[in-house]
Design a protein around this ligand. Structure first.
Ligand code: GBH
Length: 533
């Protein structure tokens, strides 16, 4: 294989890739540097600080705009084959369209070159949720059909500038999360939901939106933009550059609440409305029948031509897997009025059964540890979608940090006791044995899925670094490397002093795991008898 790895000790194919992942808005920081334009996330964090747990934003992130060489040093330290990062549309095109910003192009060229110089292959996500704000203001971003043309223009620049060196492209990250969080719950930009919405016992406040229709429109435009990007790559770049293009989708795994036929059907509708919403059009050219029949005229239609363009528009599928839920049927009720698009699938998504969670979780965490769900998901995809090539593009677990007293940048001067409690909090974060266990148990399930015929080609851990965790701000930490982002830098040219990356236990564990997986196989034959004693 190109990396000279064996992987045999992990029970994986020789060319299997290990990696870590990140995204532009979460790690780069420097949101006002290098000619970058305003993005939807900048605008959202500014307008709705109360929707971000610690009122923070993408600055400083992990400071990767300045510290990318340091990031690569740590990738080398881990021994990974691949690094998944995303390109900020607003860095390349500050106004969303028009002429590219040279400094933005330079930054990603530098990062890509630094990776290649160290033998690490880039996996590049073209859209990880950060939309140029100009396009939001002009026509509502992904609510407008115009996004398809503007996205094509953006990816065209990326393919032509970076395509000689980038051989794996991911058009979109998690359309499900982008649509649900932005347009049904309003917890991500643009903060749309049906005003005065209550869902699963929570209240959601949004000035505008329609949680029953907008998610479907946005999902539709994402699919069309994806298909357009893939078509462009095939027509103009593939022959010359020889790369592959895929898309990254996310779903919880769903177990039926019990083995009754209605709950087994609920499980199927759950998987269809989360994964099938996007993967069915990509494979079969249309939404799942269960969605068509339940969402009816709220679900947009594809023309015959669009449907053809969508069908088979991927070389691989990226899957992000974190956790699982029970699916329980919601019985037929003639007076039933859906309030949010999730209601259409007529199931309850439950963490508990008889008071027992589906898997262990930290308090207030959405990650219930359910490793078997990864294997189940892989075999479900193998069977329903004719066994595509797969990368697990994200898997990981967070440390929640809701109660430390260093969550804001304007703390009163530290007393001895806050200093000590901060030290203790830091030590706890570095000693993340649960993270190594989480990863090890998921990799084991992945090995079993491969043994059962699933074509998984690689596995990325989310994430390289502690970073801006969207609505959780800096209170939820997924990194192999600890960063104290709360000590905000005063000198933007030298943020290194404040953003030192410290390896957690799990980083050392992963490094060890990759090394052992790749250690040489010693074979004893008659020609080479063991040294006699
Ligand atoms: C991924 O989403 C993202 O791709 C990545 O950027 C992110 O950093 C990573 O996960 C870790 O979160 O507010 O409690 O109701 C995973 C899918 C969907 C999981 C939204 C969390 C909200 C939980 N995410 N969901 S909650």
């Amino acid at each position: 294989s190109e990396t000279g790895r064996s992987n045999v000790h992990a029970g994986l194919p020789p060319d299997f890739k290990f990696g870590v992942a990140s995204s532009s808005y979460q790690v780069e920081g420097a949101t006002k540097e290098g000619g970058r334009g305003l993005s939807n996330w900048d605008a959202f964090c500014q307008q709705y600080p109360e929707k971000i747990a610690d009122g923070s934003n993408g600055d400083p992130g992990a400071g990767s705009y300045w510290l990318y060489k340091d990031d690569v040093k740590h990738l080398v330290e881990l021994g990974v084959d691949v690094y998944r990062f995303s390109i900020s549309w607003s860095r390349i095109l500050p106004n969303g369209r028009g002429k590219p910003n040279k400094e933005g192009i330079q930054y990603y060229s530098n990062l890509i070159q630094e990776l290649l110089d160290h033998g690490i292959q880039p996996f590049v996500t073209l859209f990880h949720w950060d939309v140029p704000q100009k396009l939001e203001d002009e026509y509502g971003g992904f609510l407008g059909r115009q996004i398809v043309d503007d996205f094509r223009h953006f990816v065209d620049i990326c393919f032509s500038e970076f395509g000689d060196k980038v051989k794996h492209w991911i058009t979109m990250n998690e359309p499900l999360t982008f649509t649900a969080s932005g347009y049904a719950l309003g917890i991500y930009p643009p903060g749309h939901c049906t005003p005065n919405l209550t869902y699963e016992g929570q209240n959601y406040e949004c000035p505008v939106g329609d949680s029953l229709t907008e998610p479907y429109i946005v999902g539709h435009n994402i699919l069309l933009a994806h298909a357009e990007a893939v078509q462009l790559y095939k027509d103009t770049y593939k022959a010359k550059q020889g790369g592959k293009v895929g898309i990254t989708l996310v779903t919880n795994w769903f177990e039926p609440y019990d083995s009754s036929p209605l709950n087994v059907e609920a499980q199927q509708r759950a998987l269809e409305s989360n994964l099938g919403w996007f993967l069915d059009p990509l494979k079969f050219g249309d939404y799942p029948f269960s969605m068509r029949s339940l969402a009816r005229d709220r679900l947009p239609k594809f023309t015959a031509e669009e449907s053809e363009k969508l069908k088979g528009s991927y070389d691989f599928i990226g899957l992000n897997y974190y956790t699982a839920r029970y699916a329980r049927n919601i019985g037929f009720d003639i007076n039933y009025e859906p309030k949010i698009y999730q209601d259409d699938a007529r199931f309850d998504s439950l963490v508990d059964k008889n008071g027992i969670p589906i898997g262990y979780a930290q308090e207030n965490s959405w990650v219930n540890v359910y490793p078997n769900g990864l294997k189940e998901l892989l075999l479900y995809v193998k069977n329903r979608y004719d066994n595509p090539e797969i990368y697990i593009t994200e898997n990981g677990v967070m440390q929640l940090n809701n109660n430390t007293n260093n969550n804001t940048n304007n703390n009163p001067p530290a007393t001895n006791s806050t200093e000590i409690s901060n030290k203790i909090a830091e030590a706890k974060e570095l000693n993340d044995i649960y993270r190594a266990q989480y990863l090890a148990s998921h990799i084991q399930e992945l090995v079993e899925a491969i043994r059962s015929g699933s074509k998984v080609r690689g596995y990325f851990v989310w994430s390289l670094l502690d970073s801006f965790e969207w609505n959780f701000g800096y209170t939820s930490k997924f990194g192999f490397y600890y960063i104290n982002s709360n000590k905000n830098s005063t000198n933007k040219e030298k943020p290194a002093a404040d953003l030192t990356r410290i390896p957690k236990h799990s980083a050392n564990w992963f490094k060890w795991f990759i090394a052992v997986a790749n250690s040489p196989v010693v074979t004893l034959t008659n020609d080479q008898p063991p040294a006699s004693t």
